[in-house]
Design a protein around this ligand. Structure first.
Ligand SMILES: CC(C)(COP(=O)(O)OP(=O)(O)OC[C@H]1O[C@@H](n2cnc3c(N)ncnc32)[C@H](O)[C@@H]1OP(=O)(O)O)[C@@H](O)C(=O)NCCC(=O)NCCS
Length: 444
């Protein structure tokens, strides 16, 4: 994405194809002027109602409005409705750096706040808005779009595929005696305010190590530390930081403790956010949590599917990984730009015959992967190299393969991708797979 496009994302014109389609239904697709707090407040009210949130108090509104003003904010209005100033549909967008394999990142069109009022559902409004914003992204040269979803049945039709999974972990601490390494640093209690700046620097420092991580700051970051604008939002949060032997911050954990029943020795800990820049910090923080007195259970939702802590306790059955599910969905818009932004684990040629109903990624592409793992990607016009692996797939399945967390071999067995040459899926797996399981630790 060029700098001009990055600057233009807020104000880029509304897509006329979708605007015309909605206008024919008596609806108006438009951008919100985010400097106008009344308009943005109406938009926020609609978004909040769409997700069944309770009405926001004035403190929360005052906190949230300036923090979302930097997002591209679109809505659909029905001028014949009883409250014509409140949109009947909302979408919010910003460009964020998405980590891809190879300790590098690509700009992703992050889509959030997709709602349509129940009074206007199934009229094609969501389709018109999503298609519009994908066309805008493509016109600005953004290589991929990304979203986290409340329902897994909606977005494949728009070319998104699940690319990074999450799991909820539960640990029975009585059975989970620590057998991992002993860390040399110290754990300290700190207030959430203490980590607002240093904690974000730490998160940024480790972001490129895990495909699927995204740059998050502003409201996404502050919420993790309990700041939402509501008076007592963070009052149950406890925060500990881990400093290494030199006193450098290398990780922190934010958690809540709840009582479970009459037995005072059976508190539960729910881990809200946990980040470690080193294996030493990871071990130091997990050991601290597992050895908390009067706690019998730790739940850790929204974690990676592959957590070393499962290998750091005496009884492996003390650790349960449940509810492995899709979390981050990726939509490839520009195949050469997206695929050349990451690296691969095996050299060679790969031909991808991509089908995209919306047209952005449709075509035949050749990846030429060098010995150092970098790839050149171009449209294939002539014959494919004789040694090339070759598959046909939809753009949604390309999105699933993109971060290296989903097996091409499994997708071929599932009938989702078709081998155009025998053995191609395994060869693509060798090249695409990421050593680190792709993961995104937040909702957006
Ligand atoms: C989900 C939601 C945005 C859909 O809006 P909508 O305007 O009714 O959707 P559309 O009429 O444009 O439908 C678009 C397509 O999605 C399908 N679809 C819509 N909602 C769906 C759902 N909940 N589950 C599965 N498919 C759905 C439609 O059948 C339609 O398919 P087609 O175009 O291939 O025939 C809306 O119901 C909503 O706001 N729900 C509550 C908030 C929410 O869940 N948002 C999603 C956040 S990730």
């Amino acid at each position: 994405m060029t700098d001009t496009a990055r600057n233009d994302f807020l104000t880029a014109a509304i897509d006329s194809e979708s605007a015309d389609r909605l206008e024919a239904q008596g609806l108006r697709l438009a951008l919100v002027d985010t400097s106008d707090t009344d308009s943005l407040g109406e938009w926020l009210r609609a978004e909040n109602r769409g997700f069944y949130g309770s009405a926001m108090d004035s403190d929360t509104l005052e906190f949230v409005l300036p923090r979302i003003a930097g997002r591209r904010t679109t809505g659909v209005w029905d001028d014949s409705a009883a409250e014509p100033a409140t949109p009947v549909s909302t979408v919010s967008i910003w460009p964020a750096e998405l980590t891809v394999p190879g300790n590098s990142s690509v700009t992703a069109w992050s889509i959030a706040a997709v709602t349509v009022a129940p009074t206007h559902r199934r009229l094609g409004i969501a389709r018109a808005m999503i298609e519009a914003e994908l066309r805008t992204a493509a016109s600005l040269g953004v290589p991929v779009a990304a979203l986290t979803v409340s329902e897994a049945t909606i977005y494949r039709r728009f070319g998104f595929g699940p690319a990074a999974m999450i799991a909820d972990w539960t640990i029975d601490t009585a059975r989970a005696a620590w057998t991992g390494p002993r860390s040399g640093g110290r754990v300290h209690f700190v207030s959430p305010e203490d980590l607002l700046v240093d904690g974000l620097e730490l998160v940024e420092r480790v972001r490129l190590e895990t495909p699927g991580h995204m740059a998050f700051d502003g409201i996404l970051w502050e919420r993790l530390l309990g700041f939402t604008g509501a008076q007592d939002a963070g009052k149950h949060l406890r925060v500990v930081r881990y400093d290494d032997e030199d006193g450098e911050l290398q990780g922190f954990a934010a958690y809540k403790v709840t009582e479970t029943g009459a037995d005072f020795s059976k508190h539960s800990v729910e881990l809200g956010f946990f980040v470690a820049a080193t294996d030493d910090a990871y071990a130091g923080l997990w050991r601290f949590l597992l050895e908390l007195d009067l706690v019998s259970t730790i739940t850790a939702p929204l974690r990676s599917v592959d957590e070393p802590v499962a290998w750091q306790v005496a009884d492996p059955r003390a650790v349960t990984r449940a509810s492995v599910r899709d979390h981050l969905w990726i939509r490839v818009l520009d195949v050469p730009a997206a695929l050349s932004a990451r690296t691969y684990r095996a050299a060679g040629h790969i031909v991808l015959d991509v089908e995209d109903d919306l047209g952005f990624a449709d075509g035949l592409f050749l990846l030429t992967i060098a010995d150092d793992g970098t790839a050149m990607v171009e449209q294939l016009h002539g014959e494919a190299p004789v040694d090339a692996a070759a598959i046909a797939l939809t753009v949604a399945d390309l999105g699933s393969l993109y971060l290296g967390g989903v097996s091409a071999f499994t997708l071929a067995r599932a009938g989702r991708i078709t081998e155009l040459r025998p053995g191609s899926a395994a060869a693509i797996d060798d090249a695409f797979r990421s050593v680190v399981a792709p993961w995104l630790s937040i909702w957006f």
